[in-house]
Design a protein around this ligand. Structure first.
Ligand SMILES: Cc1cc2nc3c(=O)[nH]c(=O)nc-3n(C[C@H](O)[C@H](O)[C@H](O)COP(=O)(O)OP(=O)(O)OC[C@H]3O[C@@H](n4cnc5c(N)ncnc54)[C@H](O)[C@@H]3O)c2cc1C
Length: 467
């Protein structure tokens, strides 16, 4: 779209909120809960485009939650809201605690590296659990609402501050006045709309990771799949040889080297993470439309292939597809610090650490069939995420948490998975509440106080090094 059209209109103004969290995925759920728990007097509002919470966790049918442990699987690093959420689902029979899910099982697609201690869960249980936790924390919710613009005014030292968000819903447009905003849209929507500098794609060509439409298949013979995989330990991914032969013969419908398949809590039901849509931009509506069409066609072509060619899939059928195609990467919002691959490889210590992670770099080839943790550059057993990746460089009263944080393409390839997004969201929630109480910009809050409060709330950040 190149032509423009001027449009002016008076729109209703909603009651102001001290802290507005945009996006109710893993980062937004944790941010809203932590902000409400920290700032008892603050009004925390969570705005979400869909009619339920969870983001990729639910709408994307993405799962399991990748590891919350160190790379060697020995120490649980991501606790706090994430672990509480998992424990509540475990109690309800809707998840397995990661401590009981070792590497190389059906729950992690039989992958070893980086896949020790994942958390399989049921997406419906995730929806209701997230909703209950957010409401119990005292968060106000506005569902079915998309933030489409940000009003700004000059801030400090050439930066800008957001005063309100223009929202679109079935009620029309309205303005949401905001004291502080935590952008958990995964696409950095608020930060981009407010004019913060954005990074897009990898350095050499600007390409982003491919998209995948998740779907679930029922009627799989679990024992036969397990038997096949155990009989073929030489295959890097399940059914690698069958897929390779079909690819040679032009019969495999997607650019992928094997079948990404994750057993769920129900027997015979697996999540399929195998489709791949290349070279699309998840912040461009025309690209998204094309990707949805391609993703749905791939799903049915894959189903046919599975039924005809894969042992154990002969009688399978489609259970459901995700609400929308899964977008692995879009905007990365330039913050006060940009996390790099080197930081992850060296296990760099940061005085302002707000989360510890062990998940390795997982970049699906933006250009073809390769990638994933199997081809990843090695990372430290434990690496740290600093507070400054959450504070957008050009804005005063906005924080970003989740997939759009300030990181290189390579570093984001590791911290983009759901447990770190919960952890980053929790830190942003705590910090924004402390900033709101002190009348400060998030970048000016006492990080030691954020770290102390994170510990009080059950998060784990190790022993931060001195500054
Ligand atoms: C195909 C695929 C496979 C993956 N596999 C795994 C896996 O197996 N395990 C794992 O742990 N991670 C996996 N990931 C990564 C993980 O799912 C995401 O990176 C993670 O969910 C990001 O969390 P988030 O909270 O930042 O964003 P999301 O989960 O994307 O949530 C963002 C939320 O914001 C809402 N939103 C967006 N824009 C607006 C707006 N303007 N106004 C209002 N609401 C808005 C969305 O509706 C959504 O609910 C995968 C991702 C993809 C795409």
């Amino acid at each position: 779209m190149t032509e423009t059209h001027a449009y002016q209109r008076n729109i209703p103004m909603a009651r102001g909120a001290d802290i507005v969290v945009v996006g109710g995925g893993p980062a937004g759920i944790a941010a809203a809960i932590a902000a409400a728990r920290t700032g008892a007097d603050a009004r925390v509002l969570l705005i979400e485009r869909y009619g339920f919470l969870g983001g990729n966790l639910t709408a994307g049918l993405v799962g399991p939650c990748m590891t919350s442990y160190s790379l060697d699987g020995k120490e649980q690093l991501i606790r706090g809201v994430f672990e509480e959420f998992i424990n509540r689902m475990v109690e309800a029979g809707g998840a397995l605690h990661p401590s009981g899910v070792p590497a190389n099982t059906a729950y992690n697609s039989f992958i070893d590296y980086g896949h020790d201690k994942v958390a399989p869960f049921d997406p419906e249980c995730a929806k209701i659990t997230a909703l209950r936790m957010v409401r119990e924390a005292g968060v106000d919710l506005l569902l079915h609402t998309l933030v489409v613009d940000a009003l700004t005014q000059p801030g400090k030292e050439g930066r800008r501050r957001v005063t309100g968000l223009v929202c679109a819903s079935k009620s029309g447009l309205h303005l949401q006045p905001a004291g502080l905003v935590i952008d958990c849209s995964a696409d950095g929507d608020v930060a981009a709309l407010a004019g913060n500098e954005i990074m897009l794609g990898r350095d050499q060509d600007g390409l982003m990771q491919p998209m995948t439409l998740f779907f679930r298949v029922q009627g799989i013979d679990d024992a036969r799949v397990e038997e096949y995989v155990r009989a073929h330990p030489e295959e890097l991914r399940p059914f690698g040889a069958i897929v390779a032969k079909a690819r040679e013969e032009g019969r495999f419908p997607v650019p992928r080297k094997g079948v990404g398949m994750y057993r769920t809590l129900q027997s015979g039901v697996w999540r399929i993470n195998t489709g791949r849509v290349l070279k699309r931009n998840g912040t461009d509506v025309n690209d998204l439309t094309a990707a949805e069409i391609e993703g749905r066609e791939q799903t049915f072509a894959l189903l046919d292939f599975f039924r005809n060619e894969l042992p154990g899939f002969e009688n399978c059928s489609l259970l459901d597809t995700a609400v929308q195609i899964g977008v692995r990467e879009t905007r990365r919002v330039v913050g006060d610090y940009i996390l790099t691959l080197g930081d992850l490889q060296n296990g760099r210590r940061f005085p302002d650490v707000i989360a510890l992670c062990g998940y390795p770099v997982d970049i699906h080839d933006p250009n073809g069939a390769g990638g994933g943790t199997g081809e990843a550059p090695p990372t430290a057993n434990v690496y740290e995420i600093p507070y400054r990746v959450l504070t957008p460089r050009d804005l005063d009263n906005v924080m970003v948490a989740g997939r759009a944080v300030s990181a290189t393409h390579e570093a984001l390839g590791a911290i983009r998975v759901m447990p770190p997004c919960f952890a980053m969201g929790e830190a942003a929630g705590v910090a924004s509440a402390l900033a709101q109480r002190a009348g400060q910009a998030p970048r000016d809050v006492d990080v030691a106080a954020v770290q102390a409060q994170l510990k009080v709330q059950g998060a784990y950040i190790g022993d931060p090094v001195a500054g």
